[in-house]
Design a protein around this ligand. Structure first.
Ligand code: GDP
Length: 697
């Protein structure tokens, strides 16, 4: 019947993963006892290794849920902490250290925590058992310890000693059983003593007759009885053994203890011998634990099966109602999300090509052209006149200027040179790369990945790595190909016409922007009248109609400094608007209809040059940057979000989205419950067969 407990423990472990409901627990053996009652020694004698935290400073602060798995076909002995994801630990000193660390991580001020530590020990020398070690009851609260500590420990233990668990109540023989905290606690929850096993430790410390009478349980009868043990290895060898126990064979400590025990008990045959009707020895205890646990598990089989079935029904219902029975796994979710993202990227790629790039770049250059115009034409006075160049006409006189005016020729040539030597290569590459990056971010925002910081970063990095890789060579290529325009620019009449139309649009937009800015200023100072007053003042001061006596920080003419500043901005905007209006008229005039008069119409000429530069740049950007990006990006995504992720990473990724996490959890719970139920059914059959076999014998 060994198989039965093993299977039940397996099921118990699966159920632990299901979590949630407290009804879904299979019985375990809960070990309670006061400090120094010998609790750890008993557990270690059962396991055959020293592995529990030792020390005077309350070293057991969390429940330790210990699963022992008998591995008859393997000599290896090792432990695993399933929650920590550590490897198998075959060094028991290291297990002890980990347990100590996990316990001491609970701060002194709290002293105990109900968050259990899970530990599984595999060994050919242990029985299949599931045991829970709890903090020892304390008699007196030490200083540094919270006053309610006694209460806290007692409450924690009470939570675990509920049915269907079996209670292993440890008491020391040298303390009157009437004073045993463990037995008192057990009586509270199991008054008839039906699921409590009494363990009396330190039998060697009392007179044999007294020891035997304790075990006869006259005073506090327990249906499962008492077992007396001497679970400490003899001191001299024990000391030596402790050092070697990490690498030593578990059966060695066991043998040592049992030899010690045997020699003690057999030296008192009258009290402890076969005729004495008492149970003694760790080996007896171990067998008893196995039998009792198995019986308890068998008894709880039906009840637990029903509870699981009900839980499964609820999970199935939730799956149906909330998730429409839609299957989902972390991998499928990632794969679907990635496919959808790549699909949306493909659409983006179809919509962002040469024409869009051209428009983008042209808009950028329009801005540069406006800056140039403002700097060279719209602003007075002109400061960088070359030597020998005559004083310029006012801009208003440009249409009447001498067609051979050296000044206006130089102005246009210098402006054109400034435009072509702007560093178009870098500028254009940067504009397009930034736009692509922004496009990718927008796609992320509309995709599943929006709720996944990890994936979001991976995608952004995938894009920037490709763009960065291509950046310098693309800039160089573009710069090279526009090089000829730095020396000479020939325009076709068609290009001039397009420039004229477009320049008008740009000027109109700029005019509208000026007017809007003016409106904003107006409302910021509290209305048009107020703004007009300040502007008047600024105008007069500029013309010299009024003398402003050293404008101080507090302002002048009854206006504050801040108001004056706004007034100046407004005057600037108004003047800029006037000039643009004038230039709009000029651009539409008959004179600007042909490109022969290009010196009269710098707005049109520079616009046409900008278009030429932009369209040439786009040819190369398309080949060097865009096509490369469109080809490589989906591959880079596969690299970063596909093959290379481990199962844990995929799981972690999927669970970043709370909705997906809940969906996955329901499915997982359902699957685990189905698995458990299947196992329970086959166990029930096994159990039934076993019972009927026993019955027929
Ligand atoms: P815990 O605090 O309840 O876990 O108790 P321990 O297992 O740490 O034991 C407390 C002390 O009692 C230790 O010094 C043990 O060596 C000692 N001890 C434990 N079991 C026995 C025993 O059967 N006989 C004797 N003489 N001492 C024991």
């Amino acid at each position: 019947m060994m198989v039965f407990t093993k299977k039940m423990i397996e099921i118990r472990n699966i159920l632990q993963k299901v979590g949630q409901s407290s009804t879904l627990t299979l019985p375990s053996i809960v070990v309670i006892g006061s400090q120094s009652s010998g609790k750890s020694s008993v557990l270690e004698a059962i396991v055959g290794h020293e592995f529990l935290p030792k020390g005077s400073n309350m070293v057991t602060r969390r429940p330790i849920e210990l699963t022992l798995v008998n591995t008859p076909d393997s000599k290896a002995e090792y432990g695993e902490f399933p929650d920590l994801g550590l490897r198998k630990i075959s060094d028991f000193t290291s297990i002890q250290r980990t347990l100590t660390e996990l316990n001491l991580a609970v701060p002194d001020s709290e002293c105990v925590s109900d968050d259990p530590i899970h530990l599984t020990i595999y060994s050919p020398n242990v029985p299949d058992l599931s045991l829970i070690d709890l903090p020892g009851y304390i008699q007196v609260v030490g200083h540094n310890q919270p006053l309610e500590l006694k209460q806290k420990i007692s409450e924690l233990c009470d939570r675990y000693i509920q049915p269907p668990n079996v209670i292993l109540a440890i008491s020391a023989a040298d303390v009157d059983l009437a004073n045993s905290t463990a037995l008192r606690a057990s009586r509270r929850v199991d008054p008839r003593g039906e699921r409590t096993i009494g363990v009396v430790t330190k039998m060697d410390l009392v007179d044999a007759t007294r020891g035997a009478s304790i075990l006869q349980d006259k005073q506090y009868p327990l249906r499962l009885g008492y077992v007396g043990v001497v679970s400490r290895a003899p001191q001299s060898i024990g000391g030596l053994f402790k050092k070697g126990s990490s690498s030593g064979d578990g059966s060695a400590l066991m043998n040592l203890i049992s030899k010690n025990e045997d020699s003690f008990f057999s030296s008192h045959p009258l009290e402890f011998g076969p005729t004495a009707d008492v149970s003694v020895g760790t080996a007896t205890l171990r067998k008893k634990l196995m039998t009792v646990l198995e019986q308890t598990m068998s008894a709880s089989l039906q009840g637990t099966t029903d509870a699981i079935r009900q839980e499964l029904e609820e999970a199935t219902y939730e799956f149906k109602v909330q998730y429409n029975d839609r299957p989902l796994s972390a991998e499928s979710y990632l794969a679907e999300s990635l496919d959808a993202f790549k699909h949306s990227f493909k659409q983006y790629a179809e919509e962002f090509g040469r024409p869009q790039m051209l428009q983008l770049l042209k808009r950028e250059l329009d801005q540069r052209v406006l800056d140039l115009l403002a700097q060279r034409y719209w602003n007075k006075p002109v400061t960088d006149l070359a030597p020998g160049v005559p004083e310029p006409d006012a801009l208003a006189d440009l249409p009447k200027a001498d067609p051979d005016s050296l000044y206006w020729h130089r102005q246009l040539d210098a402006s054109t040179a400034q435009l072509t030597k702007l560093g178009i290569g870098r500028l254009a590459t940067n504009v397009v790369a930034t736009n692509i990056q922004a496009g990718v971010e927008k796609l992320i925002a509309q995709s599943n990945f929006v709720n996944h910081p990890f994936a979001r970063q991976a995608i952004v990095e995938a894009a920037s790595s490709i763009l960065n890789d291509r950046f310098y060579s693309t800039s160089d290529q573009v710069e090279n190909c526009i090089k000829p325009y730095k020396f000479e620019i020939e325009l076709e009449p068609r290009e001039w016409d397009a420039g004229r139309d477009h320049a008008a649009v740009v000027l109109k937009d700029e005019l509208a922007a000026c007017q809007q800015a003016l409106k904003r200023l107006e409302s910021s100072v509290g209305g048009r009248r107020k703004l007009n007053e300040v502007m008047n003042f600024v105008d007069k001061a500029r013309r010299g109609d009024i003398v402003v006596e050293g404008e101080s920080r507090s302002g002048a003419g009854g206006f504050s400094a801040a108001l004056l500043q706004r007034g100046r901005e407004a005057v600037f905007l108004r003047d800029r608007g006037d000039i643009i209006n004038m230039r709009l008229l000029a651009a539409k005039s008959k004179q600007c209809r042909t490109m022969n008069n290009k010196y009269y119409c710098p707005e049109i000429f520079l616009d046409a040059v900008a278009t030429k530069l932009a369209s040439t740049a786009v040819l190369f950007l398309n080949v060097e940057l865009l096509s490369e990006f469109y080809y490589n990006f989906p591959r880079e995504l596969d690299q970063r979000l596909g093959r290379h992720l481990t199962d844990e990473e995929i799981e972690r990724f999927a669970k970043e989205d709370p909705k997906i996490r809940r969906h996955l959890e329901v499915i997982r719970r359902k699957e685990l419950l189905e698995l458990v139920l299947e196992k329970m059914e086959s166990l029930r059959q096994l159990d039934g067969r076993e019972k009927s076999r026993r019955g027929s014998n």
